[in-house]
Design a protein around this ligand. Structure first.
Ligand code: PLP
Length: 433
C-alpha cells in the first residue's frame, strides 16, 4: 500500500491561530500538538461518520483514537442522533429535574453490579472526585490510596509530574501503590492505620489482573475499613456492558463510568452501595449542567443498542484481529522486540521501546503514526474499537500496518529512526520518572 504525504494547510493555519488564543492549543492534553507528528499528521478534525473521520483539509481516516474512547458505536450513530435530535426539539437543560434522569438511572442500576443508586456528572474527573469526597465523608478519614489515572482534579493530578498549582497539603493526602502488587497496598494500610478512606483503582489497565487480585484488594479494603472504588471510566461499556465488575465478578463499594456511556455526549456516572450513595443528600456534588437531557437521551439510545445488538462481541472480534495482526506483522518484520500491541481487544495500546535501554521510544511512536496516517489510519498509539469498525476497515488497517512495519524495520536497521520522521517527534504527556 502506497503512502501519501497529506495536504494539511488548513490544520496548520488553525494551529497558528490557536497558539495566540488557546494555551496548550487543545482542550485535552492527549489531543494536542505534542501527541501528533507536527507537519505530518492533522490537528483538526471536522466531521465523523461511523468509523471514519475527515480533517479540515478533507483527508479521510479510519478513526482509532475514537475521541479518546467515547465513540463506542461510531460517529453520528443513527439511533443516538435521532434520540438527541428529538430531545433537542423539546429542550436541552431545564430549571427542574427531568424524568429521563430516572429512566437512565434504572437502566444503569441494572447494568452496573455495585449500583443501588447513581448520580451523574459530565466528565470522568467529576465522578472520580465525587467518589473520593463521598468516601472521605463516609469514613471520616482523609487519605486516598490510588494506582491508576483518575483525571484532572487536585487529589489525583498532584501525584503526577503535572502537579503545578496543587498545594502539597492536598497531594500529601494521596498515596500511590502499585497495581497488581497486593503487598504494596498492605504496606500503605500498615503505614496509615485507620486513615485511608478509600482505594481507587482502574480494575484493569492494559493487562488482565492476576486471578484473585481484585478480590484480594476488596478483602484488604474491608479488613481496614476503607471503601473500594473501581474507576471504570475507560473499561465501562467497553470491555463488557457492566465493565470490569461484570467481567471479573468482583463488586466494589463504588464505581465511576464515563467515556463510552453516551457514545460521545458528555456524561459520567457514579454508582454504588445505597448507604454510601445516600450521603450525596449531604455532601456538595452539584453543577448547572448535571443531568442535562441531551446527554441522557444519547445515553439511553446507546445503552439500548448495547443491549439489543452484539456490540461487545464486535468490539472484541475486530480488536483481536487488529491486535494479532499488529503483533504478527511486527514479528514478521523483525521488530517484535521494539513494538507490540497489548491490552484487552476492545481497547489496545501499542508499546514502543528500545530493547537495549528498555525506554519508551518517541521516535518509533512518531514513525508508526506517520506511516499509518499517510495510509489513511488515524493512530494515537492504540486501537479503540467502535461498533462501526468494519471488516474492510480491519483489512485496510492491516495492509497499512504491513507497510508501516516494513518502514519501521528499515528505519531501525539504519540506526537512526529519527531521521525517518518528517516532522516533530511526539512527547509524553507526563514526564517519565
Ligand atoms: C481511568 C480514567 N479515569 C478518569 C479519567 C478522567 O476522565 P475525564 O478526562 O473525562 O475527566 C480518565 C480519562 O482519560 C481515565 O482514563
Amino acid at each position: 500500500m502506497d503512502s501519501k504525504k497529506l495536504e494539511l494547510t488548513q490544520s496548520y493555519s488553525l494551529l497558528d491561530r490557536a497558539r495566540d488564543l488557546i494555551p496548550g492549543v487543545a482542550q485535552t492534553f492527549s489531543k494536542g500538538p505534542t501527541q501528533i507528528v507536527q507537519g505530518v499528521s492533522p490537528l483538526y478534525l471536522e466531521r465523523g461518520q461511523g468509523s471514519h473521520v475527515w480533517d479540515v483539509d478533507g483527508n479521510e481516516f479510519i478513526d482509532y483514537p475514537t475521541s479518546l474512547g467515547p465513540i463506542v458505536l461510531g460517529h453520528n450513530d443513527p439511533d443516538v442522533s435521532k434520540a438527541v435530535i428529538e430531545q433537542i426539539s423539546k429542550g436541552t437543560v431545564f430549571s427542574l429535574s427531568s424524568p429521563i434522569e430516572l429512566d437512565v438511572a434504572e437502566t444503569l442500576i441494572d447494568a452496573i453490579p455495585c449500583a443501588d443508586m447513581v448520580r451523574y456528572g459530565k466528565n470522568g474527573s467529576d465522578v472520580t472526585s465525587a467518589a473520593v469526597r463521598v468516601s472521605r465523608a463516609f469514613t471520616g478519614r482523609d487519605i486516598v490510596a490510588l494506582s491508576g489515572y483518575h483525571g484532572w482534579q487536585d487529589w489525583y493530578i498532584g501525584t503526577t509530574t503535572r502537579n503545578a498549582g496543587v498545594p502539597a497539603a492536598v497531594s500529601d493526602l494521596s498515596k500511590k501503590y502499585v497495581y497488581g502488587d497486593t503487598a504494596s497496598l498492605e504496606k500503605l494500610f500498615a503505614e496509615y492505620p485507620d486513615q485511608i478512606a478509600c482505594v481507587i483503582m482502574e480494575p484493569v489497565g492494559v493487562v488482565e489482573p492476576a486471578e484473585g487480585y481484585l478480590q484480594a484488594t476488596k478483602d484488604l479494603c474491608k479488613k481496614n475499613g476503607a471503601l473500594l472504588i473501581f474507576d471504570e471510566v475507560l473499561t465501562g461499556f467497553r470491555i463488557a456492558y457492566g465493565g470490569a465488575q461484570e467481567r471479573y465478578g468482583v463488586v466494589p463499594d463504588l464505581a465511576c463510568y464515563a467515556k463510552a456511556l453516551a457514545n460521545g455526549y458528555p456524561l459520567s456516572v457514579i454508582g454504588g452501595r445505597r448507604d454510601v450513595m445516600e450521603l450525596f443528600d449531604e455532601i456538595f456534588f452539584s453543577f448547572t449542567f448535571g443531568g442535562d437531557a441531551i446527554s441522557l437521551a444519547a445515553s439511553q439510545a446507546t445503552l439500548a443498542k448495547m443491549q439489543s445488538e452484539p456490540v461487545f462481541e464486535h468490539l472484541w472480534r475486530q480488536g483481536q484481529k487488529l491486535q494479532d495482526g499488529y503483533n504478527s506483522l511486527a514479528r514478521e518484520n523483525g521488530v517484535g522486540d521494539f513494538t507490540s500491541c497489548i491490552g484487552l481487544a476492545p481497547r489496545t495500546v501499542a508499546t514502543f521501546s528500545d530493547p537495549e535501554s528498555g525506554h519508551d521510544s518517541p521516535a518509533l511512536r512518531s514513525l508508526i503514526q506517520q506511516e499509518l496516517v499517510r495510509r489513511g489510519v488515524l493512530f494515537l498509539f492504540g486501537f479503540n474499537i467502535s461498533y462501526s469498525v468494519s471488516d474492510a476497515d480491519v483489512d485496510h488497517t492491516l495492509e497499512a500496518l504491513r507497510a508501516a512495519m516494513g518502514v519501521v524495520a528499515s528505519a531501525i536497521d539504519s540506526g537512526d529512526v529519527e531521521s525517518w520522521v518528517d516532522g516533530k517527534i511526539v512527547k509524553p504527556v507526563f514526564r517519565q520518572a
